[in-house]
Ligand binder design. Structure first.
Ligand code: NAD
Length: 421
């Protein structure tokens, strides 16, 4: 297993070399600070149990630390370190005034009751009260945490802090200061990015075929927006398998069928926008190898690897999942001329609307969904253009452009602050 912290440090060192970043800056940016706490909670049967919790803070030169908290048995110090570094780059890429943070609790949330999860989330909010806050470090949902978890963490934090602080957490329910549009933000942001990369490649929507892996929040939202904009969505899948129809699929109909039948692969006879053609069942692995214009992995990490990179036929890959392409596969795809729009740009719509939520909390004045979506569109399209411009006329990948662009911004912010003493 590759250590994600080693990968994150290597990516940084690589970009730092090209930008000739000073050694002291490279060292500072290679070493996030990790806070660790033991969370002791009462279980429903009266016993007490201890859970190890982390908060990694990478860099705050551009603004408060920002990043999710995950509840997962695989959480480790090195994992949160790496994820906090990636958050620094993501915030810089979409030009929001945040740095990078990430947290986690080593726990299998499926083994806890709802009340136990509530106690754990509140314990997290209060245990880290000294290092979190709207002007310090702002967590959000991540793997196996959601808006309810944020509501509990906020309550734990506010009780320990002794005052209200809605901007201390984002991804909250709307009733507690969450933002309109947060539910669709990642998929809609990815849609704007996909439109931009399609335009850059002279792809016309009606002649552009798209395959989407994953029919969750992100996969469904982006597929639906693309379909409504006239793109030909020819394949969709979930964890049990997928459907393919070269005439095009209506994601909304497929989702309704999935809700009814439980899995998308049982919906191969509906969802067709061409009455004379029927969808066929397809495996997730075959979906990735389809001869389409745009492939959108929107489910799991590492699905594009050394094993299948030589067989990917798409012209463009838009990474909506986090880390769907392994470093080996990334090199192969680049050599084969397949353009990969990296996750740090493509799926940044979620953190962008988290930023909008924080802004709304800061001045206690709330925006409509239309206003949120309009500002998201502007931010995502501008970010695409800035990152795309870094590599025009050069042989570099968009991932490399994104890292160079982000590191330059962060390094400039650190330098502008001058020396500590
Ligand atoms: P989700 O839980 O809503 O959906 C996940 C989807 O993936 C489900 O449809 C599931 O059936 C499918 N899936 C699971 N295993 C699969 C497999 N082996 N093959 C194909 N499909 C499989 O999750 P989500 O919020 O849509 O997140 C999807 C990805 O996007 C994750 O990598 C996540 O980290 C990333 N992401 C999400 C957000 C967000 O705001 N939700 C933001 C940034 C990145």
């Amino acid at each position: 297993m590759v250590n994600p912290y080693e990968t994150a440090k290597n990516q940084l060192a690589d970009a730092a070399k090209e930008l000739k970043i000073a050694e002291h800056l490279l060292s500072e940016l290679s070493n996030p600070t990790v806070h660790q706490r033991d969370l002791v909670i009462d279980l429903d049967d009266g016993r007490k149990e201890k859970f190890v919790a982390y908060r990694s803070q990478h860099n705050n030169a551009r603004g408060p630390f920002k990043g999710g908290v995950r509840f997962h048995p695989g959480v480790s110090e090195d994992e949160v370190r790496a994820l906090s570094m990636w958050m620094t780059w993501k915030s810089a890429i979409v030009n929001i005034p945040f740095g990078g943070g990430k947290g986690g609790v080593v726990v299998d949330p499926k083994k806890l009751s709802k009340d136990e999860l509530q106690r754990l989330a509140k314990a997290y909010g209060s245990a880290f009260v000294d290092v979190l806050g709207p002007r310090t470090d702002i967590p959000a949902p991540d793997v196996y945490t959601n808006s309810q978890t944020m509501a509990w963490m906020l309550d734990g934090y506010e009780r320990a802090a002794g005052h209200q602080a809605p901007g201390a957490f984002t991804g909250k329910p709307i009733a507690l200061g969450g933002s309109e549009g947060r539910d669709t933000a990642t998929g809609l942001g990815g849609f704007f990015i996909t439109e931009e990369i399609a335009k850059a490649n002279n792809m016309k929507p009606s002649e552009t075929t798209v395959a989407v892996q994953g029919m969750g929040n992100v996969g469904y939202t982006i597929a639906d927006y693309l379909f409504k904009a006239g793109y030909k969505v020819v394949a969709l899948s979930d964890s049990k398998g997928g459907i393919y129809n070269d005439g095009g699929i209506n994601p909304e109909l497929s989702r309704m069928c999935k809700i009814e039948k439980g899995m998308i692969s049982d919906c191969y006879h509906i969802g067709s926008v061409q009455d004379d053609k029927e969808s066929t069942q397809i495996s997730n692995e075959d979906l990735l190898k389809l001869d389409v214009d745009i492939l959108i992995p929107a489910a799991l990490e590492s699905v594009l690897s050394k094993k299948n990179a030589d067989n990917i036929k798409a012209k463009v890959v838009v990474e909506m999942a986090n880390g769907p392409t392994t470093p080996n596969a990334d090199d192969i795809l680049h050599e084969r001329g397949i353009q990969v729009v990296p996750d740090v740009l493509a799926n940044a719509g979620g953190v962008a609307v988290s930023y909008f939520e924080w802004v709304q909390n800061s001045y206690g004045y709330y925006w409509t969904r239309d206003l949120v979506n309009q500002r998201l569109e502007e931010l995502m399209r501008n970010s695409f253009k800035k990152v795309y411009a870094v590599c025009i006329g050069q042989e570099c990948s968009m991932r490399r452009s994104a890292y160079l662009y982000a590191l330059k911004k962060v390094a400039d912010a650190i330098e502008l602050r001058g020396k500590e003493k």
